[in-house]
Ligand binder design. Structure first.
Ligand code: NAP
Length: 447
């Protein structure tokens, strides 16, 4: 594992638990001041950033005499022996192409060169890895911001001499604490979710709880990205074991994969990618989520008749799940042309919202109606629902939607969207790790 360097902006951090987890320290002399007494007990480097003129020269002189391994001069031309000089470049806005990174760092003189770049996309992370592979000599290459976290965890793959961590207060965006870096180690299991926006996603909480409950040292990353450019190289370069895929990339992701399982191929969308020894395989665990939620509620799917409301991605997964289990399916959507296209593709029926629900056993809401931020309505005339019906609402926030409340009041059996959410997550976790995460633990994470 790469050495962990505690970035010290407060002198008291040198005596902290974080220092125990670190292998070395970076003294931010502009923040700590100098001379320091006592000196760090571990090897240290000193950073001159923020210092100018006479005080900068004095700080450098003190750090050299105090035994600093390296003096980080940024892009300054301080007169320091090259063996102990560290040249660094920071771009707080963007990550350049790998060619530009090499040009930038290649033009800097120092025994060790550092490049730190704000990461805005998966392509940026690929560029950092490509530059790290090609740069000659000792280096530290890292990405800043939430998307850059992976460059800190996979520092070893980047060939870095060390990587930075904080002792309670990050000195750069995306820095993890020294304790967290030590806990993760170099081989941490990396999972995550790719989509935009991700603000409301329950997946990070569920999968982090699953990792804790199964004792896996790992991290579930939030990858809020503008596109999927570089997805495959990103997963392979950084040894990412698996990703969830959410809106708006469930269909677009197909083009980046090496193979699809039967459910993903039938639905034409993926919500799970598994990196199987460098081969990216796409799955659609929403299909399993539907089946498990229904069978756990005691519904015998085979031979039942279902009305599916909506014709988007969730409706497609639902139709495939039901039809593959021998259920009759009628699709209804406000844009009927989409319902008809879906029915034709899956070999089922399409109809306008029915005036009677008598011939249906199961009603599934695959529209966002009732979801927080959408009209708080049920997607059909609730007076038509009776005791013989099972009503499954895919909307999971709030847990009790208007449809669930009304159906329950009319004596129907109800199934909440959270059930499907949990089962699709458990299925993804099983694909990635081979382990069964406790449902209760994952449920508690989203309550
Ligand atoms: P989608 O691909 O965008 O499809 C949305 C569907 O809902 C479309 O058929 C759309 O009709 C219809 N719709 C949207 N707004 C409507 C409105 N105001 N009135 C009537 N119909 C409306 O979305 P999706 O991925 O299928 O997701 C649908 C819902 O399922 C979301 O609430 C999502 O959170 C939920 N979901 C839950 C789970 C789970 O695990 N519980 C999994 C996946 C999805 P048009 O075609 O006419 O636009």
């Amino acid at each position: 594992m790469t050495r962990i360097c505690l970035s010290v902006g407060r002198v008291e951090d040198l005596q902290s638990d974080a220092m125990q987890s670190a292998d070395m320290a970076e003294l931010r002399l502009d923040m700590t001041g100098w001379p320091l007494d006592p000196l760090p007990e571990k090897p240290f480097i000193a950073t001159l950033g923020g210092l100018e003129g006479q005080s900068r020269a004095e700080a450098a002189e003190w750090a050299l005499s105090a035994g600093a391994e390296l003096i980080d001069v940024g892009d300054g031309d301080d007169a320091i022996d090259e063996g102990r000089k560290m040249a660094s470049h920071h771009d707080w806005e963007r990550t350049p192409s790998w060619e530009e990174i090499l040009r930038l760092l290649g033009g800097m003189r120092g025994g060790l060169r550092k490049g730190a770049f704000m990461v805005n996309s998966l392509r940026d992370l690929v560029n950092i890895k490509q530059a790290a592979d090609l740069i000659a000599g000792r280096h530290v290459m890292l990405g800043m911001g939430e998307l850059g976290v992976i460059t800190r965890i996979r520092s070893q793959l980047l060939g870095n001499e060390f990587t930075y961590a904080h002792g309670g207060k990050a000195t750069a965006p995306g820095q993890l604490s020294a304790q967290e870096m030590r806990r993760l180690g170099g081989d941490a299991l990396l999972l995550g979710i790719v989509g935009r926006p991700l603000g409301h996603s329950s997946s990070p909480a569920m999968h982090r709880a699953a990792m804790d409950a199964t004792g896996l040292a790992g991290r579930y990353l939030r990858l809020d990205v503008p596109d999927l450019d570089g997805l495959a190289a990103f997963m392979k370069f950084y040894d990412v074991r698996g990703l969830n895929v959410t809106i708006p990339y469930k269909v677009e992701a197909l083009a980046h994969l090496d193979a699809l399982d039967a459910s993903a191929a039938a639905v034409g969308a993926v919500n799970t990618i598994s990196n199987e020894d460098g081969r990216l395989v796409g799955y659609n665990t929403d299909v399993l989520g539907v089946k498990e939620a229904l069978s756990e509620a005691g519904l015998v799917i085979e031979g039942s008749e279902a009305l599916v409301l909506g014709a988007g991605g969730a409706a497609m997964a639902c139709c495939h799940a039901l039809l593959s289990e021998g259920c009759g399916v009628t699709v209804s959507n406000r844009d009927m042309s989409k319902a008809e296209a879906l029915a034709q593709r899956f070999g089922c029926s399409a109809a306008g919202v029915p005036r009677s629900l008598e011939r249906f056993d199961l009603i599934v809401n695959c529209t966002p109606l009732g979801m927080e931020g959408y009209p708080s309505l049920a997607p059909l005339e609730v007076e038509l629902i009776g005791e013989g019906h099972t009503v499954f609402d895919m909307v999971y926030r709030p847990r009790e939607t208007p449809l669930i409340r009304e159906a329950s009041a009319r004596g129907a059996r109800t199934i909440e969207g959270a059930e499907m959410l949990l089962h699709q997550a458990m299925a993804s976790f099983r694909i990635w790790t081979g382990l069964d995460a406790p449902k209760r633990v994952m449920m508690e994470a989203i309550l």
